[in-house]
Design a protein around this ligand. Structure first.
Ligand SMILES: *[C@@H]1O[C@H](CO)[C@@H](O)[C@H](O)[C@H]1NC(C)=O
Ligand SMILES: *[C@@H]1O[C@H](CO)[C@@H](O)[C@H](O)[C@H]1NC(C)=O
Length: 445
């Protein structure tokens, strides 16, 4: 009885405070100090803009691959030192975690990924990558610059920050699950929410896009070695042909999504390589195939993984071949789906709407790409959005991971100001929520 009674009281209390909180947050929403527009104007100031462009170009010239971001880390620390921002380093091999504000709770994080890609840059320009075969072809140079830009804005307004903004510079987004290492290092302990962004070439400059719920897929990679018995191509009876077996494996794998998955639950299985043989008259001993699989929920993802294994082994066996399958989980942990928190979505729409105008805040359709920001969202509420770079005067911008990828540097102030505004206004709301909850508690006593 007593237990049920207190439970009822707790529920009534929570309903009561929830109502109060929502009414106060909506009142305070137009009262952010300083406003998102002021942050944007600050970031667009000539000297701030030029400083950001300089950093971005320095990063672009010196790309480093996953877990090798030592110079990048040094540059970040150099700039944080100049700004007078305290930080922890190294976190997760090359990562840096900075702190701006009161140093006390609440804590809110903004995140930038630091690594480049093993791609030879083909863009001919003054600040082309100086490292053969490596390139910032995914805009992480811009992402790092934007969080540094946010640091400058936040430092300028540090006295107004109602808590602490945690700057997360993480290594190894491209397949190395750097986010998981940041979490393992305890850097997100006591952090209430995290924001992250990605520059995109096909959204107009000054516009953003995102959504609530799943926005990007969970992703894994696999490889299978299908082994038979090599021999002379003119005597198939003396061989066990792995090329035919692998071909049937691939065809069968394509039935998983088309025949076994719910058509309304998007999934992908792609075989991206097929390697075997080398002569026109020799049946090889074995064939390697590999690719990626994606799904929007953990359950669908694990189901897909299990069926990929079964289909490869089973179908190879039909043709008397053996198969071994590797999911590379040690080196490349599966990326969970990127799932945006609903409350943070409202917060984002409000802040971005204030800064850019409501019409510039688009609803993005979910995509099958993956992002290691999702690891954070498994631990705390997180929000990931895309930031536009498209500008007719620059001509068409190539897509991410292209050797011709270009960053529109005019996007830098937007990224910096959005990071800073999302974080500070989150803390402001959070403080008010806590005060209201405390107030409501006293009323009830
Ligand atoms: C998190 O909060 C707890 C309780 O206040 C404190 O003991 C702990 O040191 C905090 N951790 C970090 C990393 O700040
Ligand atoms: C498959 O594995 C079994 C058991 O190890 C072995 O006896 C057989 O020779 C293998 N077959 C091929 C085609 O490699």
């Amino acid at each position: 009885m007593g237990f049920f009674w207190s439970l009822t009281m707790i529920i009534i209390y929570h309903l009561f405070t929830a109502t109060l909180i929502s009414s106060v947050t909506s009142l305070s929403s137009n009262n952010l100090s300083p406003t998102p527009t002021e942050f944007l104007n600050f970031a667009k100031k000539r000297e701030v803009f030029d400083w950001m462009v300089g950093i971005r170009r320095e990063l672009h010239e010196n790309p480093e691959l996953l877990y090798e971001e030592f110079q990048t880390s040094e540059l970040i620390r150099r700039e944080l030192d100049i700004l007078g921002v305290s930080y922890k380093s190294p976190v997760a091999v090359t990562g840096v975690v900075g702190y701006i504000g009161t140093g006390r709770p609440p804590f809110v994080a903004i995140r930038a990924d630091m690594d480049a890609l093993p791609i030879q840059e083909l863009v001919e320009w003054e600040h082309k990558s100086k490292v053969p075969g490596k390139m910032h072809a995914c805009g992480h140079d811009a992402h790092v610059t934007m969080v540094l830009g946010a640091a400058k804005i936040l430092k300028e307004h540090e006295k107004d920050i109602q808590g602490t903004v945690v700057l997360v510079f993480q290594p190894a987004e491209e397949g190395g699950a750097g986010a998981q290492k940041i979490i393992d290092a305890g850097a997100l302990e006591n952090v209430s929410a995290i924001f992250g962004l990605h520059v995109l070439p096909n959204i107009p400059i000054g516009e953003v896009g995102s959504g609530s719920g799943p926005i990007m897929a969970g992703s894994g990679r696999f490889e299978a070695v299908i082994s038979g018995k090599g021999g002379h191509a003119a005597f198939p009876q003396d061989s066990i042909d792995p090329i035919l077996a692998a071909s049937n494996v691939i065809v069968s794998l394509q039935h998983l999504v088309s025949r076994e998955a719910d058509p309304l639950d998007s999934q992908v299985v792609t075989i991206a390589y097929f390697q075997g043989g080398g002569a026109f008259n020799v049946i090889p001993d074995s064939v390697n195939i590999g690719g990626t699989f994606r799904a929007f929920s953990k359950q669908s993802f694990m189901q897909l993984k299990q069926r990929i294994e079964q289909v490869i082994t089973g179908q190879a066996a039909v043709q008397r071949c053996n198969a071994t399958i590797n999911f590379f989980q040690e080196k490349h942990p599966f990326y969970p789906p990127t799932i945006n928190d609903g409350k943070l979505h409202e917060h984002f729409q409000q802040v971005a709407g204030d800064m850019l105008g409501e019409k510039k805040v688009n609803d993005d359709k979910p995509v099958m790409g993956a992002e290691d920001f999702s690891f954070y969202q498994e631990v705390i509420p997180g929000y990931f959005f895309s930031l536009g770079m498209e500008d007719a005067s620059l001509g068409p911008l190539e897509h991410l991971h292209s050797p011709n990828f270009r960053v529109n540097e005019d996007a830098l102030p937007y990224g910096a100001a959005l990071h800073a505004s999302l974080a500070t206004s989150y803390l402001l709301k959070f403080q008010q929520d806590v005060k209201v909850a405390e107030g409501a508690g006293r009323d009830e006593l």
